[in-house]
Design a protein around this ligand. Structure first.
Ligand code: NAG
Ligand code: NAG
Ligand code: NAG
Ligand code: NAG
Length: 290
C-alpha cells in the first residue's frame, strides 16, 4: 500500500511545481497550488500512516481468512477453537443416552463411536460403554465429568486430537481400563493415576519429556508401552522411577516378573549408553526399540 502511494505523491508534487514556475494564472493558480499542497500533505500523512509498522504476524494459525487492516479499529483476533469445523451431529439414536455427536449401534451396544466428528468436548459417556472411540477430533482436555457413569470402559481411543492434559481423576472413574490410546496428541508428560489394570499404553507422537515418578508403577499387567517420537531424554527418564514394577523385587518369584513385552522409545533424545537402571527395568522385554 505504502509503495503504491509514493509514486502517486511524487507525480502530484511535480505537476504542482510545473504550474508554480509558469506563474501565469495568479490567484486561481495559488489556490490550485494551495489545494495541491493540502492534497500533497494529506497524501504524505496517508503515506506515513500506511507506512506505520504492521502488526506482527500472528504466530498461531490465523483464525479467519479476513486480513487485518490497520485502518479498522483493532478487533480481538479470534482464537481456536472458533476456526474448527462444526461438530457433526447424527440422527437421534434408539438409545436415549447416546450423545448426538456419537453413534450407537444396537449390534454393538457396548461401543460408543464418536470418531471423526469435530468434537472439542467429550460428551457424557453412557454406562453401557466398554469401547470408546474418540479418535480424530479436536479434543484438548480430558476431564472426569463425562466419565462419571462410565465405570465399565475397557478401551479408549483418543488418538489424533489436541490433548494436552488428562486429569488423573478420569482414571478413578474407569478402574477396568485395559487399553489407552492417546497417540498423536500434545501431552507433555505421561498421565498420572493410570489404572493398575492397564495392558496397553500408546503415547507415541506427543511432546512428552517427563515420565513422572511412579507414573508406570503398579501397572503389573502392562504389556505394551509405546513412547516413540516424543521428547524424552536421559535426564527425563529414570529406570528406578519409571519401572512398572519394583527393581528390588525378588526375581526368583515368577509372579513378579513383569509382563511388559513391547517397548518403543525410538524418536526421542536417548543416546547410548542407556543407564543401568533402565536396562535392569526392561530386561525382560521381548521387543525394545530405542
Ligand atoms: C449417571 O447415571 C444416572 C442414573 O442412570 C443419571 O441419573 C445421571 O444423570 C448420570 N450422570 C451423568 C453425568 O450422565
Ligand atoms: C492382571 O491380570 C491378571 C490376569 O488376567 C488378573 O487376574 C489381575 O487382576 C490383573 N491385575 C490388575 C491390577 O488388574
Ligand atoms: C530433558 O528433559 C527434561 C525434562 O524431563 C528437561 O527439563 C530438559 O530440558 C531436557 N534436556 C534436554 C537437553 O532436552
Ligand atoms: C533415579 O531415582 C532413584 C530413586 O528415586 C534415585 O535413587 C536415583 O539416583 C535416580 N537415578 C538417576 C540417574 O537420577
Amino acid at each position: 500500500m505504502a509503495l503504491r502511494n509514493m509514486p502517486c505523491l511524487r507525480n502530484m508534487t511535480f505537476e504542482g511545481q510545473v504550474d508554480w514556475t509558469t506563474g501565469t494564472r495568479g490567484r486561481t493558480m495559488k489556490a490550485g497550488v494551495g489545494l495541491f499542497s493540502a492534497l500533497a500533505l494529506f497524501l504524505l500523512i496517508g503515506a506515513v500512516v500506511t507506512q506505520r509498522p504492521r502488526p506482527k504476524k500472528p504466530t498461531r494459525r490465523p483464525a479467519t481468512t479476513r486480513r487485518p487492516s490497520v485502518l479498522l479499529p483493532a478487533v480481538p483476533e479470534p482464537r481456536e477453537p472458533t476456526d474448527f469445523p462444526p461438530v457433526i451431529l447424527g440422527p437421534p439414536s434408539v438409545y436415549p443416552d447416546c450423545p448426538r455427536e456419537c453413534s450407537c449401534s444396537p449390534s454393538y451396544p457396548n461401543s460408543l463411536n464418536c470418531e471423526n466428528r469435530n468434537i472439542r468436548v467429550i460428551p457424557v459417556i453412557p454406562l453401557r460403554t466398554h469401547y470408546l472411540y474418540l479418535q480424530n477430533n479436536y479434543i484438548s482436555e480430558v476431564t472426569a465429568e463425562p466419565f462419571k457413569n462410565a465405570t465399565e470402559v475397557r478401551w479408549i481411543n483418543l488418538a489424533n486430537n489436541r490433548i494436552h492434559r488428562i486429569d488423573k481423576q478420569v482414571f478413578e472413574k474407569i478402574p477396568a481400563l485395559l487399553y489407552l490410546y492417546a497417540n498423536r496428541n500434545q501431552l507433555k508428560e505421561v498421565p498420572s493415576g493410570l489404572p493398575a489394570s492397564l495392558e496397553q499404553l500408546r503415547l507415541d507422537r506427543n511432546l512428552i519429556s517427563k515420565i513422572p515418578a511412579g507414573a508406570l508403577s503398579k501397572l503389573e499387567n502392562l504389556t505394551l508401552l509405546d513412547l516413540h517420537k516424543n521428547q524424552v531424554n536421559l535426564t527425563g527418564i529414570n529406570g528406578t522411577q519409571i519401572c512398572p514394577f519394583s527393581l528390588e523385587a525378588d526375581q526368583s518369584d515368577n509372579s513378579l516378573v513383569p509382563r511388559l513385552r513391547y517397548l518403543r522409545l525410538d524418536g526421542n533424545h536417548l543416546t547410548p549408553p542407556i543407564p543401568m537402571d533402565v536396562i535392569m527395568c526392561f530386561r525382560h522385554l521381548h521387543s525394545i526399540v530405542i
